[in-house]
Design a protein around this ligand. Structure first.
Ligand code: ADP
Ligand code: MG
Length: 238
């Protein structure tokens, strides 16, 4: 299960309202992309869902439970960061298993889960290497492995491919999409790249200055944008 609902979610930093009020439902098992220009509040919204920031108002429900006051670690969600967020001094095995170790998971179970995740991500030959000895794509797979090993209700991706070159970005988009479909785990994926949004999403949420401009499938947004903002953003080539 991994249904996420936002009701009137607001975020204010000091005097600045970054998220005026967002209502949104992310269905269990769906791949939802938050897209919009830099500074529109995508990361902030994701961090509110993750529990890395507190809401200034409104409610977030995960599988029907209001998670207000619930710390990030107890929300059952896994953030996937860019690959450079790996621990450089730890092996691939150590990086993937780190969250489980912190949660007090028994060693044998960690080994089993890490090896299963590594097999899924074609990382088995690299388990004893350190991130510095891996390619960009392999490092990104380790970052994903760290998330899937915890068997979360949902993956939260914040521009995970932005520091990869163009060819690798295309390949990793396909890999992430396939993995998400195979696992059936809900995913929220933040990007400012409309091509990424159009090719990966079941549903796209277009954000503009912290407001939801439109929600729809890629084809709906392409064929029936409800504003010039959406038309311009979805229609303009990268
Ligand atoms: P995006 O991810 O879409 O580029 P962000 O969510 O990072 O946008 O930022 C949205 C706005 O909120 C920006 O104007 C940014 O400067 C502001 N902001 C983000 N985090 C903070 C913070 N911790 N304190 C003050 N302002 C912030
Ligand atoms: Mg951001």
């Amino acid at each position: 299960m991994g249904k996420i609902q936002l009701q009137g979610v607001r975020k204010v930093f000091g005097q600045v309202t970054v998220i005026p009020g967002v209502d949104l439902t992310v269905d269990d098992g769906s791949f939802v992309v938050f897209v919009g220009p830099s500074g529109c509040g995508k990361s902030t919204l994701l961090r509110l869902i993750a529990g890395l920031e507190d809401v200034s108002g409104g409610h977030i429900f995960i599988d029907g439970r209001d998670v207000a006051g619930l710390p990030a670690a107890q929300r059952g969600l896994s953030m996937v960061f860019q690959s450079y967020a790996l621990y450089p001094h730890m092996t691939v095995r150590g990086n993937i298993g780190f969250g489980l170790k912190m949660a007090g998971t028994p060693k044998a179970e960690i080994a089993r889960k890490v090896e299963a995740a590594a097999a899924t991500l074609n990382l088995t030959p690299y388990l004893e290497r350190k991130p510095g000895q891996l390619s960009g794509g392999q490092r990104q797979r380790v970052a994903i492995g760290r998330a899937i090993v915890r068997e979360p209700k949902a993956f939260l991706f914040d521009e995970p491919l932005s520091n990869l070159d163009a060819a690798l970005r295309v390949q990793m988009r396909l890999e992430i999409s396939r993995l998400q479909k195979d696992l059936g785990t809900t995913a929220i994926y933040v990007t400012h790249d409309q091509v990424e949004a159009m090719t990966m999403a079941d549903r796209i949420v277009v954000l503009n200055q912290g407001n939801v401009e439109q929600v729809g499938s890629p084809i709906e947004l392409y064929e029936r944008p409800n504003s010039l903002f959406v038309a311009g953003f979805i229609g303009s080539p990268q």
